[in-house]
Design a protein. Structure first.
Length: 93
């Protein structure tokens, strides 16, 4: 089964998010993606070059890896942000 490819520059897709859990999940995916990208910056290139195509490949790899990690629901970031937003909206009323 082929999953839909979602790009990080698709602003239209972000504006369609109406559900708190979906927004928290998207935030978790982006958080993990940025984390992986920063970790990769600190690593040496090794056998891979630092060309544009190599960086592009690794960015796509990190996006897919962050989606897979987020889908596993093992980090708990989504639940943390959902609860924090619920508590904030409850206290702000």
């Amino acid at each position: 089964m082929i999953n839909e490819i979602k790009t990080y520059w698709d602003v239209k897709n972000l504006s369609n998010i109406k559900d708190l859990d979906q927004a928290a999940k998207s935030f978790e995916e982006e958080f993990v993606h940025i984390y992986l990208k920063e970790v990769r910056k600190s690593m040496q290139n090794g056998i891979f070059s630092s060309s544009f195509s190599s960086k592009f490949y690794w960015d796509m790899f990190d996006m897919q890896l962050s989606k897979t990690i987020s889908d596993s629901d093992r980090l708990g970031i989504k639940e943390y942000f959902s609860e924090a937003i619920k508590a904030y909206t409850k206290n702000s009323k």
